[in-house]
Design a protein around this ligand. Structure first.
Ligand SMILES: [Ca+2]
Ligand SMILES: [Ca+2]
Ligand SMILES: [Ca+2]
Length: 272
């Protein structure tokens, strides 16, 4: 070991940023095209699922390709989702998982509302006879039909329904339905993909010392660590150039959040 490597860091939970919104035993992680996803087997209405996804550092899933749709659909069988545990009665009595699509803000204007703030990229205009918007992907069954004038949230079918087959999407009502859901994590938060090389965090997984390197023209102003539950974790990081001691962290998944001097926030997941 080289000089100056700090070993003084101790893990202290100083704050609970967010209550844990799901039991980790119900979280099933998978990856597709370099991104991490979770299938969460807990029954929540759409707003609660969206909020929980944000608390976890991700968002309800946005599906942009047939391949991504297939990866998500495959996870339903990989992780043995039991249809009877996630039923939407107004969706033909079928089983579904929530997606991030919604037309709650304006009927017929379907957006990927990944921040649950009634804004986002529009992917569909109208009802079942509507049209895709912006060249974005969709996989509706013979939907959306806004059945009963109450259906404003998109969900993926587990087992088909009278107007579609498994893997297709239906609009269902979030007030009455409490469904399982998908969370998607962006590999980099807050900076452009091509700038991700400004910062490297290694090794990952890490056992003792976590190292950070930056591009020459980037200054780090602050570093925070979060458990996947959203809890802020206190680690001594002021001498980060010599490695951050994570040896006292329990095994698990964490997020490192790095604030740069230009205001950009860089977030990356690492495994202890
Ligand atoms: Ca996506
Ligand atoms: Ca609707
Ligand atoms: Ca519907």
């Amino acid at each position: 070991m080289k000089k100056g490597i700090l070993t003084l860091a101790t893990l202290i939970i100083v704050n609970t940023v967010n209550a844990q919104c799901v039991d980790e035993a119900n979280v099933f992680e998978f990856t597709f095209d370099g991104k991490t996803y979770e299938l969460i087997k807990e029954n929540k209405n759409w707003p609660d699922a969206a909020e929980c996804a944000l608390e976890r550092g991700g968002a309800l899933v946005r599906i942009d390709s047939e391949e991504e749709n297939t990866a998500l659909f495959d996870a339903i069988s990989t992780f043995d989702v039991i249809p009877s545990e996630t039923i939407a009665p107004d969706g033909g009595g079928g089983a579904y998982l929530w997606l991030g699509g919604t037309d709650r803000a304006e009927e017929g204007v379907w957006i990927w509302d990944i921040n649950d703030d009634d804004t986002g990229d529009q992917f569909w205009e109208g009802a079942v006879d509507g049209t895709p918007v912006g060249g974005l992907y969709n996989n509706w069954g013979d939907e959306p039909d806004d059945f009963g004038d109450l259906q404003d949230r998109a969900a993926m079918s587990v087992n088909g329904w009278p107007l579609g087959v498994a893997g297709e999407w239906n609009d269902v009502n979030d007030d009455d339905n409490e469904l399982f859901f998908f969370v998607e994590y962006e590999p980099v938060d807050g900076i452009e993909e091509e700038d991700a090389s400004m910062i490297s965090i290694y090794p990952n997984p890490v056992s003792d010392l976590l190292f950070i390197t930056t591009a020459i023209d980037v200054q780090i102003e602050g570093i925070n660590f979060y458990a996947i539950s959203g809890q802020l974790v206190q680690l001594a990081s002021e001498n980060w150039t010599e490695g951050i001691d994570v040896s006292n962290l329990e095994a698990g998944t964490y997020f490192i959040e790095i604030r740069l001097d230009n205001g950009v926030l860089f977030t990356e997941k690492f495994i202890k």
